[in-house]
Design a protein around this ligand. Structure first.
Ligand SMILES: Cc1ncc(C[n+]2csc(CCOP(=O)(O)OP(=O)(O)O)c2C)c(N)n1
Ligand SMILES: CC(=O)[C@@H](O)[C@H](O)COP(=O)(O)O
Ligand SMILES: [Mg+2]
Length: 620
């Protein structure tokens, strides 16, 4: 039986010889590569933390000592070492292992939220609870260099460093990358240690100079030592962290398990807040990933492990339509600038960056800063386009509300992965953006139904220079263009057949669902009108008059029912004393376990069949 399959809990690691541990590392890498090649997942990040995670679980005693992973996409090794190695053939499949920590899976798992930069705050809270409960257990937080660029991490460090008795170990997994190389002053500072420290050559020059001046012996030693200490403090992050009150251990080779165990043991012995700075390589052990300049196979789709190429040829995505159109707009509008929070390619800004590097800003995993710096750019006469996954905008709601909208800034937000995403678990579904943005005065929100409308609506959005505009679209293949057959106010009429029994108002890609439902209803002799509002905030008042002429109104959207288009339309009908009943179909406010997008949409009744059946029932 492979050593890996003998590991049912971390304590099983302690009895292994060095040779067995090295063999175990190889087996873990093999299991990760096999699982991700089959199902997709986070290959690079997990191959980079094999030795690190083994060392943590040999030095600390999970679950008494809590191990918290930031973002959680790099917890596969942790899962294998806590008894789940045998379940990896079901990674990220419905009912199988989640791609992120899951308390339901194991008592060793803590943070399930895949939003970056939260681990240190979690760790600070757990460490405080340990102290108050009289527990002398440790908390270990594993945070990447990318997540360390998030402001929340520094709010936590400020607090962690305040109490010298807090048994908390921060492990910085510094691989120099988020997707692409991590950006910013902090990243540059940490990166300066990835090359040979510069102070050695300087010291050699000083040593030679002192010798030429015949300054030798103790005097020379004292001069050189003082200079080395000063330079080291100036060049190494330990000065920065230790000045804050955090002990610093490192930098440590993050693939040398013995060195790691020594550093972690040293950190543990301090008995207070310590930062262990480790250097790792994303994709370590799979050369194709290491050599992948784009993102070192950060998030890989199922792939051929011999070549590293994806097994499936993806059809044109919503992101690809945005990628091309924003470049075209950039050609026309020199005032348009682009902002990303460490996700240049995933959000489709890579082509814009290639063509307009001076007008593209990667701010690191710092969405709050991204949004408010966009307000500053707008104030300065630019038109920023902030490209961000829907779920990550949650983090910058206040900045949208009181920096962008309150100051009447013309900023356009392009929300990719809006609606149900599925595979990445509950915290990745883009199901809250429309509900929270609904309350932002002056903000306008568009939901394109296909590529043609995405191009139209994006151009309409960037033309607004005195209010925030939002264009949202889902993950995956872009929908086939559906042309309008008529207009209803500012809305597109997509179908109008027979008497006015049912009015279906469909947001964005739900137009396909609405047209399918309409066809089914017509087969029951019902007259159906299908309308796409294009802009769901503000909703066109023409819909109220149209509703009054129908027996039933049905709204369909791939966003939260609470505060979504349907709930606003219902309120508009009520305000206008229109008594036509309305059925609101959308994403219920729940946390959904990982599953394919199509599976979740069906489960929520967001299919033509379900919408039609519901309408038939309503009409008796
Ligand atoms: C708030 C937030 N923004 C963006 C992301 C998307 N994201 C997932 S992993 C990642 C890069 C993380 O880099 P790092 O923390 O260095 O971890 P590594 O993958 O290098 O181990 C990003 C940007 C996220 N999960 N959370
Ligand atoms: C962990 C994280 O937030 C991202 O890497 C996420 O997995 C993005 O997934 P997609 O880009 O495939 O939607
Ligand atoms: Mg990193």
């Amino acid at each position: 039986m492979a050593t890996l399959d003998r590991i049912t809990q971390p304590s099983d690691l302690r009895g292994l010889t060095d040779a067995e541990l090295d063999e175990l590392a190889e087996q873990i890498r093999e299991r990760i590569i096999a699982a991700v090649a089959t199902h997709g997942g986070h290959l690079g990040p997990n191959l980079g933390v094999v030795e690190l995670t083994m060392a943590i679980h040999r030095v600390f005693d999970s679950p008494a000592d809590r191990v918290v992973f930031d973002t959680g996409h790099q917890a596969y090794v942790h899962k294998m070492l806590t008894g789940r190695a045998g379940a990896f053939d079901g990674l990220r499949t419905e009912g199988g292992l989640s791609g992120y920590p899951s308390q339901a899976e194991s008592d060793h798992d803590v943070v399930e939220n895949s939003h970056a930069s939260t681990s240190l705050s979690w760790a600070d809270g757990i460490a405080k609870a340990n102290a108050l409960a009289g527990r002398d257990d440790y908390v270990v937080a594993v945070i990447g260099d990318g997540a360390l660029t998030g402001g929340m991490a520094w709010e936590a460090i400020n607090n962690i460093a305040a109490d010298s008795d807090r048994r908390l170990v921060v492990v910085v997994n510094d691989n120099g990358r988020s997707y692409r190389p991590t950006v910013g002053g902090l990243a540059n500072h940490l990166a300066s240690l990835r090359t040979n420290p510069r102070y050695e050559p300087m010291l050699r020059a000083v040593r030679d100079r002192l010798t030429s001046m015949n300054v030798v012996g103790q005097t020379a030693y004292e001069v050189l030592h003082a200079m080395k200490k000063g330079l080291k403090d100036a060049l190494s992050p330990q000065g920065m962290f230790e000045d804050l009150g955090l002990k610093y251990v490192g930098p440590v080779d993050g693939h040398d398990r013995e060195a790691l165990e020594k550093a972690l043991t040293q950190a543990k012995q301090f008995g207070g807040p310590v930062l262990v700075h480790t250097f790792t390589t994303k994709g370590h052990g799979y050369d194709i990933a290491v050599a992948n300049e784009e993102d070192q196979m950060h998030q890989a789709k199922a792939f051929d492990r011999l070549t590293g190429t994806a097994l499936a040829v993806e059809p044109a995505s919503w992101t690809s339509v945005f990628r091309d159109e924003i470049v075209r707009i950039g050609d026309e509008r020199p005032d348009v600038v682009a902002i990303t929070a460490a996700m240049l390619s995933p959000t489709g800004l890579d082509a814009f960056a290639d063509k307009f590097p001076e007008r593209t800003f990667d701010v690191g995993i710092a969405e709050q800063h991204a949004v408010t710096s966009a307000a500053g750019l707008a104030f300065g006469g630019m038109h920023p386009v902030v490209a961000i996954y829907s779920t990550f905008l949650n983090r910058a709601f206040d900045q949208v509300l009181l920096d962008v909208a309150l100051h009447r800034c013309g900023v356009t937000f392009v929300l990719d992965r809006a609606g149900v995403t599925g595979d990445d678990g509950p915290s990745h579904n883009g199901m809250w953006d429309q509900s929270i943005l609904q309350v932002v005065p002056t903000l306008r929100l568009a939901v394109p139904r296909d590529g043609a409308r995405l191009r139209e609506l994006l151009n309409e959005a960037v033309a607004v220079d005195d209010a925030p505009t939002v264009v949202r679209f889902p993950k995956g293949p872009v929908d086939t263009d559906v042309e309008a057959i008529d207009r209803l106010g500012g809305c597109d009429v997509l179908a109008r057949e027979g008497d006015s029994d049912v009015l279906i108002v469909a947001a964005g890609p739900m137009a396909a669902v609405a047209l399918d439902a309409a066809q089914r209803l017509r087969e029951h002799g019902l007259g159906v009108t299908v309308v796409d509002p294009r802009w769901v905030k503000p909703l066109d008042p023409a819909l109220v008059d149209a509703a009054a002429e129908h027996r039933l109104v049905v709204s369909v959207e791939d966003s939260g029912r609470v505060g979504g288009m349907g709930s606003v339309l219902a309120q508009m009908l009520a305000d206008a004393a229109v008594t036509t009943p309305i059925r609101v179909h959308g994403v219920s406010q729940e946390f959904f376990d990982h599953a394919k997008r199509a599976v979740l949409l069906e489960r929520m009744g967001l299919t033509g069949e379900a919408v039609a059946a519901d309408a038939l029932q309503r009409l008796g």
